[in-house]
Design a binder for this molecule. Structure first.
Ligand SMILES: [Zn+2]
Length: 187
């Protein structure tokens, strides 16, 4: 799969004294991508290129944005801290509640398990569920459910409220939001 440059354009850089170049590529699968390159030596020092994903009628696309170096650095620090807390919460939840979570489903049929998960997480279809659990021990499958977005509902299913976990998740979420705000900032 080779990429072919279709065209390029120069746009005014953030400080307005020079430009950055955008190159557009396409491949023979109708894939598209672009590359941004800073031509301004001032802006090269003052800005970092932030790559992000956005959704256009359900399709994921990549794009870029120039972000001030200090905002960019701060956002990455916040994200790192947020990920650290999420990992910590997941580890902790697994240690404390994975056994309860697994035993909650012990003795239940696959279909009963699907019904509970589907009700809470709008898990796809029963056939997808059967496919995903086909060659997997229930313990393994249930462990994979411990993700940052599901922890609160998982604890809800087994009837546990853990305020420390709730506080930590909220904190990590807020750091993530704060980082996103910095990476959205104009100028
Ligand atoms: Zn510039």
């Amino acid at each position: 799969m080779s990429w072919e440059e279709m065209h390029k354009e120069n746009r005014s850089c953030p400080c307005g004294q020079s430009t950055y170049t955008v190159r557009y590529f396409t491949n023979d699968w109708s894939g598209e991508r672009s590359e941004w390159e800073m031509n301004c030596s001032e802006c090269l020092l003052k800005y970092r290129l932030h790559e992000f994903t956005y959704f256009d009628s359900g399709l994921a696309s990549q794009s870029f944005r120039w972000i001030k170096t200090e905002f960019y650095a701060k956002a990455h620090e916040l994200r790192k801290e947020s990920e650290r807390i999420f990992r910590h919460v997941i580890d902790l939840t697994e240690k404390q509640y994975l056994a309860t979570w697994v035993s909650f489903f012990r003795g239940k049929s696959k279909r009963a398990m699907w019904e509970i998960l589907h009700k809470t997480f709008s898990y796809p279809s029963l056939s997808t569920f059967y496919m995903h659990t086909k060659n997997k021990a229930p313990e393994q499958f249930l462990k994979e459910y411990f993700t940052k977005d599901r922890i609160i509902q998982i604890l809800g299913i087994i009837g546990i409220r853990d305020s420390q976990i709730e506080i930590d998740l909220k904190k990590a979420n807020n750091l993530e939001i704060e980082a996103e705000e910095l990476l959205k900032a104009k100028n």
